[in-house]
Design a protein around this ligand. Structure first.
Ligand SMILES: C[S@@+](CC[C@H](N)C(=O)[O-])C[C@H]1O[C@@H](n2cnc3c(N)ncnc32)[C@H](O)[C@@H]1O
Length: 228
């Protein structure tokens, strides 16, 4: 079902943040990567500039860049306000204030918006949504999913999470998911233990690993899953 742009709060992170959130090694960065739920992150734009291979998929890529830009303008003040109200749940070292965070995110999203038209033409941005992706089995070495699975645990259930991770492992040799906390949450999503037990009992290898990235307090772990 097509997503309504008005239901999306576009918010994007950079290649440097992805590298830390997912503990990406030089070998990982040289492999073929899918950024699933990539949204307005600059990961794929920056990978392209660095001469590396990445594809992002997201339901918002069905909208033109100017509509996505407008939605970013509409929602940035709401995010600023919510981040100010919950600022004690974040670590303010990398970004020293909610205002600087929003400024930095807007620069990152600008890189994405500039790259979007060329990236669509080159098939680097693909309109797709979990739990069913339009890619071949093992088309990618690595599938990354930042701030979507577990982040929206309040609205996306256990079955959706399990099916989505299986799908990421169908299209890539390995999937990595970050963070394991819900949005504005202070502890792991309740789905993490059930999803990993289910997947392990089906023969998937699941490892929770500490990574060198922590903005949401305590949320410094990613889930690495390899298929059967
Ligand atoms: C908070 S953003 C995260 C963007 C990016 N991954 C990052 O960390 O900067 C969440 C993204 O999930 C996308 N999304 C919503 N429903 C989805 C679905 N069913 N499958 C894949 N992505 C979805 C939204 O359009 C949005 O771009």
């Amino acid at each position: 079902m097509p997503i309504a742009l008005a239901s999306v709060v576009p918010w994007g992170r950079s290649l440097d943040e992805y590298a830390r959130m997912f503990a990406l090694t030089p070998g990982d960065l040289a492999s073929s990567i899918l950024d699933c739920a990539g949204g307005p992150a600059s990961f794929t734009a920056e990978m392209r500039r660095a001469g590396k291979q990445a594809v992002s998929c997201d339901p918002i890529y069905g909208f033109p860049a100017n509509q996505i830009a407008r939605r970013i303008d509409e929602t940035a003040p709401e995010i600023l306000e919510r981040t100010r109200r919950t600022s004690e749940n974040f670590i303010w070292t990398e970004f020293d204030s909610p205002e600087r965070l929003v400024e930095s995110r807007r620069d990152i999203m600008r890189l994405f918006l500039e790259d979007l038209p060329a990236g669509l033409a080159e098939n680097r941005y693909r309109l797709a949504e979990l739990p069913a992706l339009p890619f071949r089995d093992r088309e990618f070495d690595l599938a990354l999913c930042s701030h979507f699975l577990f982040t929206y645990s309040n609205v996306l259930g256990l079955e959706f999470h399990t099916a989505s991770i299986r799908e990421l492992c169908r299209v890539a040799k390995q999937a990595r998911i970050f963070p394991l906390f819900p949005q504005f949450g202070t502890e792991r999503s309740p789905w993490v233990s059930s999803v990993t037990s289910q997947l392990r009992s089906d023969g998937y290898q699941c490892d929770i690993e500490r990574v060198p990235y922590e903005f949401q307090k305590g949320a410094d772990e990613m889930l690495r899953v390899s298929g059967t």
